[in-house]
Design a protein around this ligand. Structure first.
Ligand code: LLP
Length: 421
């Protein structure tokens, strides 16, 4: 829908990516507004009564967050920065859930000042801290407890979060003890329960295993007269990265499963999708710098690197389709597409079949809308890649590239600031 070849030229909606690339300095991210809205629309249609809280960490560009906010979307935030960003983008506090294993006092205080919908607690010390803040500021924090359901999400091991050995959440027996403790506290108000079992989940099975346990725990809480309002099911819905191999869970099947386990409770359902809303709405456009051969291996060096898009380097089996911006009628080669960063892991794709590409021609790395720009850095002293949002035939810059002079001056200013102190 967003990305298509039209007469052999790759287009993002109505914009020819090659023309865009000739106008901009590569690498840059390019997003489709239409795909973004369609992704949100699909989930909202499947879950009309649920609170959809976009996991801002997937892509924290304010233009993207604002677009979702305008649709009525809430936010899942994990830091003071993300909380401030979500508020700035117009998401009301009552649609914001706050997650994370290491929330600071500063961040918690702000979240409580605004009265966010639910702060998901992950340890007893965090509960005690929140209670103390509440007592000191004469507020009650809306809390939930994040439970680690000990299920295997069957995803990349670096992005699985719901196994007992992972650092997230607390085990059920401890959670029950904490609920009872919280019930007696004056600085908190019990609002909900939460889980998040991992990311890029491609089957309903792990969700079902976790939902089954969660439903049982809610029953147990009610038996103890601890009545919650919100059931927060976390994020994790996967997307298709490899069109030949992957099959994503349909939103309506996910919704049906939620109904099966939780409809009887008549409570508010919260979901925290990140990737599902933005991944396939974005590509990273890059230019071929050099062709080289190592033995019999052909290598294509491009001007993007793991600093711009870290997933392939960080998660060894993360697969992203790489497309030429012009569908050339040239001999096809098996090539490794590598970045320009001085790290052996800086590889975007191995043994990919691509038509011969020459220096100065462009490629698009697909599925880069989620955990792309938000995880980028200036490693090797590259400026952060700019971002462009396409709507029909029109595009606009939603993050500009800093000039090297700006980057250098900023650093010099920081050093001067340090000397003055
Ligand atoms: N809720 C919580 C509490 C989370 O920790 C996360 C993601 C989400 C929701 C959103 O998950 P999603 O719907 O996007 O799967 N950098 C990794 C992904 C890390 C996910 C961290 N937590 C990647 O690029 O695959």
């Amino acid at each position: 829908m967003g990305l298509n070849y039209e007469k052999n030229f790759l287009h993002m909606e109505g914009v020819n990516v090659k023309e865009l690339a000739s106008e901009f300095i590569t690498p840059f991210y390019c997003y489709s507004k239409k795909v973004l809205l369609a992704n949100y629309g699909e989930l909202k249609k499947a879950l009309p009564r649920a609170e959809i809280c976009y996991a801002v960490k997937a892509n924290s560009n304010m233009a993207i967050v604002k677009l979702l906010a305008e649709q009525g979307c809430g936010a899942d935030v994990t830091s003071r920065g993300e909380l401030m960003l979500a508020l700035k983008c117009g998401i009301p506090a009552e649609k914001i859930v706050f997650n994370g294993v290491g929330k600071t006092i500063n961040a918690l205080t702000l979240a409580m000042q605004y009265g966010v919908k639910q702060i998901n607690i992950e340890s007893e010390e965090e509960l005690d801290t929140i209670n103390q803040i509440g007592i000191k500021t004469l507020t009650r924090a809306n809390i939930g407890i994040r439970i680690n359901p000990d299920v295997d999400a069957k995803t990349n091991k670096k992005i699985t979060t719901g196994k007992a050995e992972n650092k997230f959440g607390v085990a059920w027996p401890e959670a029950l003890r904490l609920y009872k403790k919280a019930f007696q506290m004056n600085g908190v108000m019990i609002k909900g329960i939460s889980i998040h079992i991992g990311s890029q989940i491609m089957s309903l099975k792990p969700f079902e295993q976790a939902f089954k346990k969660l439903a049982k725990w809610i029953d147990q809480l009610e038996k103890e007269h601890i009545i919650i309002k919100n059931i927060d099911l976390g994020g994790g819905l996967g997307v298709v990265y490899n069109y030949k191999k992957d099959k994503a869970v349909a939103a309506k099947d996910y919704a049906k499963l939620i109904d099966t386990y939780f409809k009887r409770f008549k409570k508010n359902i919260i979901v925290e999708p990140g990737r599902r809303l933005v991944a396939n709405a974005g590509v990273l456009v890059s230019k071929v710098l050099y062709n080289k051969n190592i033995g019999s291996k052909k290598i294509l060096v491009i001007d993007a690197g793991m600093n711009d898009f870290m997933r392939p380097a960080l998660y060894h089996d993360a697969w992203h389709e790489i497309l030429p911006c012009i569908k050339w009628n040239r001999p096809v080669n098996k090539v490794d597409i590598v970045g320009d960063v001085c790290e052996s892991s800086d590889i975007f794709g191995r043994e990919r079949l691509l038509p011969e590409l020459k220096r100065g021609e462009f490629v698009a790395i697909m599925g880069a809308g989620a955990y792309g720009s938000s995880m980028s850095s200036i490693y090797n002293y590259h400026p952060l890649a700019p971002e462009v949002l396409v709507e029909g035939k029109v595009f606009r810059v939603i993050r500009r590239r800093k000039t090297y002079e700006e980057m250098l001056d900023e650093q010099l200013d920081d050093i001067k600031y340090g000397l003055k102190k």
